[in-house]
Write a protein that binds this ligand. Sequence first.
Ligand code: DC
Length: 226
Amino acid sequence: MITVPPVITIDGPSGSGKGTLCRAIAGSLQWHFLDSGAIYRVLALAALRRNINIVSEEMLTGVAMNLNVRFLLNEGEMQVIFEEKDVTEEIRTQSISHTASLIALFPRLRKILLHYQHIFRKQPGLIADGRDVGTVVFPDACIKIFLNASLKERVYRRMLQLKKRGCNINFKSLLADMEERDKRDYNRAIAPLLPAENAWLLDSTAMTKEQLINKVMNYIKNKLVL
Ligand code: DC
């Protein structure tokens, strides 16, 4: 008997804690992990490297259809190999964040990127993180979570992440960047950042990483009867 691998989706804006949470859950359940933003980011990198006009959906779809990319799971991290080189770190810059959110506006492009995301659905199960993974990519997911946090807290978290990577950016300019990106993600016509109808809404502003992981793991254990 062929059974469809179960999926748990966690959607939310940047800095809400979904990446950390997804990796922890995937590690604990020993399931696969999809960081869907990395797919948008690697396409942004490819477009920038090839000097593609990022307002041309046609040119971008051409790049998306011929993307030489592989995703490997390495100690719980999704490693991104683009044109045979590891670009996992390179796709985390602010300029790639900005470009990824711009190209994410195009409907045909989003459709092509669905294919890359569906490949991750394998036994024994998948934890997917993104903006529309519960609403569009895996609408039949068995558990859907929408994670949020205050803008100020999300900016602090993102600043810490960037600092760890050796990039110092000031609070004000990061806040402006994230506000702009949020606006685009929430308001785009296709697959906007929205909780799925049956999603559990969670705010991580006042939670430590450990509290968040414990809370969500308990919820999942009850739902999946583990
Ligand atoms: O999660 P992230 O910050 O790595 O995502 C980068 C951008 O990619 C985000 O601003 C919008 C886009 N994105 C999307 O439109 N849909 C997803 N499921 C994931 C990311």
